[in-house]
Design a protein. Sequence first.
Length: 175
Amino acid sequence: MSVIGLPVGLIYHNEDVLINDQLQLVIQVGKKVVMMESGRTREDMIWVVKEWISLWNPPVDWDKFDALHAEDFKDYTPAGRAGTKKGFAQGLKEFTSAFPDLRTRVEDIIVDESRKMAAVRWSASGTNRKNYLGVGPTNKKTTITGIEIVEIRWGRISRRWGEWDISDHIKHGQG
């Protein structure tokens, strides 16, 4: 595939990573092609974070998941799972299986271009249909919120720290 002459910007393409003759990074995510000078402009980082959070709306697009996570992805708050890409995928699968109608929204994104990092505040609601973190199924609509800090290298999430508030889920489990 030739990417020479394509303008820098957000265009739709799969999980191939290419660098064209102008040293522009090209990442294929599903049907979307993302071209980035350095993979870390503010707009590029916001796009990556929004696409990443969209993964939490079932059904999970596992091709997009693979494309958005660096192979050496490190999760610094893995909640008992392996702090790897595979471990994070396992956690996402458990989360979306427990809340099959989950709808996740980005509330705020703050970007630090110089450090290649972004913080995102998100909220989600869904009906708990399977045991999740030792609670349920409650069959009740549940709200979960969180804040994630991610490092984005070459258009992919390379490191993640996250804190979630699942108190609504716990409360439903207590009757």
